[in-house]
Design a protein around this ligand. Structure first.
Ligand SMILES: Nc1ncnc2c1ncn2[C@@H]1O[C@H](COP(=O)(O)OP(=O)(O)OP(=O)(O)O)[C@@H](O)[C@H]1O
Ligand SMILES: [Mg+2]
Length: 508
């Protein structure tokens, strides 16, 4: 077939006893956006790594333009026009965009010519890149753009993007999709991995589904639905809803008054923020990206310098303990836990070479319990996380580094939730998690709330905030623009508060 760029036939790939891919057939066409969908650990990244020359299949064949090919290195992949944008970027911080783009090419360093070619690519697809900007000055989304331009610069006709939207704001995602649509119009073949079904439905032409390493089917996006895709991914019919019970005796747990912080440039990031988080409650935090969400959580956990205001923690004896001035370690010991998704999962409190149990131990050890002699508690925690979140791993001793991205994430978030802190702060907890696991996380957070924890949930998806939370605090430009009852509010009301500095005065 003429518009078929790449075809995979009966591909198998194992890692020791783990069968990552088994009998996979896939067709990637020019002028099409194909979404690759599957639960965490179903084999998506492994499969694409065989097209980008990182792994070779144990058996099966790969055809490029109708001819069988053997892709033994990333260099080989480029020869066949295949370029992959990985989830973790490989840019050199101290280099400019242009220097990174030509890195490793034999080309002469004629920077003016490089800049011209970069500008051409940008104009053609609607990118914005400043070739002279240094990587360390770039946002995550700008770095991603450089990675994409780098691949196009090398002449890629087939682009594979592994969860590019996991680290983007909704606005940045829209921009990326506009670029992908331009590439499609230009005849490129695009493979996109994402767990967000709304994105799959809005951007793709076809969807290929993997389940536990096996190929299930490829369907036309126009002819499918979220429910059908979910059922195919999971293998049986699933109902996804969030139970939102009410806790009967909420009490103040975290009392924040007049919190103000300024960044290094002297700009106010939080401006006179006051609110109370209660036991038995999930307090959502909504806002356009960069409205102060990060600074708020970092202030509470002692990671951000505070200009003025107070943060009081109410302990079991109803004593108010001031957290301002305490170190992050002291704050954690008081009982404030944080489960959030960093850009670099392995950099954040997980040791890649260790298994789940030892990674649980890291956390308990910090609590000062001296569990080096008692492995029972971390072992139980590890088993609980393994079971509750269906972590795909052969055992709790398997090095977390070898798990799939989403499964590493499950260990990270699961550990925080399982350690049951009286105050649990979460931000973007479900980034990179499949839909089933996302709901498992929502249910675990609800379980913690019903156990009497005060939970704060920072998230981007308004639908989830509306379904999961009891109250929602809305931030706009570092100020509280409203605190609303999640059972009574609407998306429109929250949307309005997100863009109204100061907001309405109904805050309770
Ligand atoms: N280098 C490796 N050594 C051992 N096992 C591996 C290795 N790479 C991947 N695996 C295993 O192969 C399986 C598939 O992993 P893969 O990363 O392809 O999943 P995925 O579909 O991309 O998941 P996610 O959505 O979480 O990113 C997992 O069980 C994983 O643990
Ligand atoms: Mg993956």
């Amino acid at each position: 077939m003429q518009n078929c760029a790449i075809e995979l036939k009966n591909i198998r790939k194992t890692f020791g006893p783990v069968v990552a891919n088994d009998g996979i057939n896939l067709q990637i066409n020019r002028g099409e956006i194909l979404c690759l969908l599957g639960e965490n650990g179903s084999g998506k990244t492994t499969l694409m790594n065989m097209l980008s020359g990182i792994y070779q299949p144990d058996s099966g064949s790969i055809y490029a333009n109708g001819e069988e090919v053997f892709i033994r290195s990333p260099h080989d992949a480029y020869k066949y026009g295949i370029g992959m944008i990985h989830q973790h970027y490989h840019l050199v911080d101290v280099f400019t965009a242009a220097q990174n783009i030509i890195l490793g090419l034999d080309e002469k360093m004629d920077i003016a010519a490089v800049n011209d070619k970069v500008k051409d690519i940008c104009d053609r697809y609607g990118f914005q890149v400043d070739p002279r900007k240094k990587v360390y000055d770039m946002s995550v989304s700008q770095k991603q753009t450089v990675e994409i331009v780098k691949v196009l610069y090398r002449g890629a006709e087939i682009l594979i993007l592994d969860e590019p939207t996991a680290v983007l704001t909704p606005q940045e995602t829209d921009k990326l999709f506009a670029v992908l649509r331009n590439m499609r119009a230009d005849g490129k073949a695009i493979v996109l991995i994402t767990h967000k079904l709304a994105e799959v439905l809005s951007v793709s032409d076809k969807v290929a589904i993997l389940r536990k390493g096996k190929y299930i089917a490829t369907v036309n996006t126009k002819e499918t639905s979220q429910q059908e895709l979910t059922d195919m991914m999971v293998g049986h019919s699933v109902t996804l809803n969030i139970d939102r019970p009410k806790y009967d005796k909420p009490a103040d747990k975290l009392i924040i008054e007049g919190l103000t912080v300024t960044d290094r440039e002297g700009i106010k990031r939080l401006d006179n923020v006051s609110f109370t988080a209660k036991t038995g409650e999930i307090l959502g935090v909504a806002g356009i990206a960069g409205s102060g969400q990060r600074e708020l959580l970092e202030s509470i956990t002692g990671l951000y310098p505070i200009t003025s205001g107070s943060i009081k923690f109410v302990n079991d004896k109803s004593e108010n303990i001031e957290l301002v001035g305490k170190t992050p370690m002291q704050i954690r010991q008081v009982g404030v836990g944080m489960g959030f998704v960093p850009e670099d999962r392995l950099g954040m409190g997980l040791v890649g070479s260790m298994g789940m149990t030892n990674n649980m131990m890291l956390r308990s050890w910090r609590k000062g319990k001296g569990v080096f002699f008692n492995k029972k508690e971390p072992e139980n925690l590890a088993n609980k996380v393994w079971k509750d979140l269906e972590v795909v791993t052969p055992s709790t001793e398997f090095p977390v580094r070898r798990m799939s991205g989403g499964n590493i994430q499950k260990v990270l978030v699961g550990r925080e939730i399982a350690s049951r802190p009286p105050v649990l702060l979460t931000a973007y907890a479900v980034r990179g998690l499949d839909i089933n696991t996302s709901y498992a996380i929502y249910n675990l957070l609800t379980e913690q709330k019903m156990n009497g924890s005060a939970v704060m949930y920072v998230g981007e998806e308004l639908d989830v905030l509306l379904e999961l939370c009891d109250r929602i605090l809305v931030l706009c430009a570092g100020q509280v623009s409203g605190i609303v009852d999640a059972r009574k509010t609407t998306k429109e009301e929250i949307g309005l508060l997100m863009t109204t500095v100061g907001g309405s005065k109904e805050a309770n």
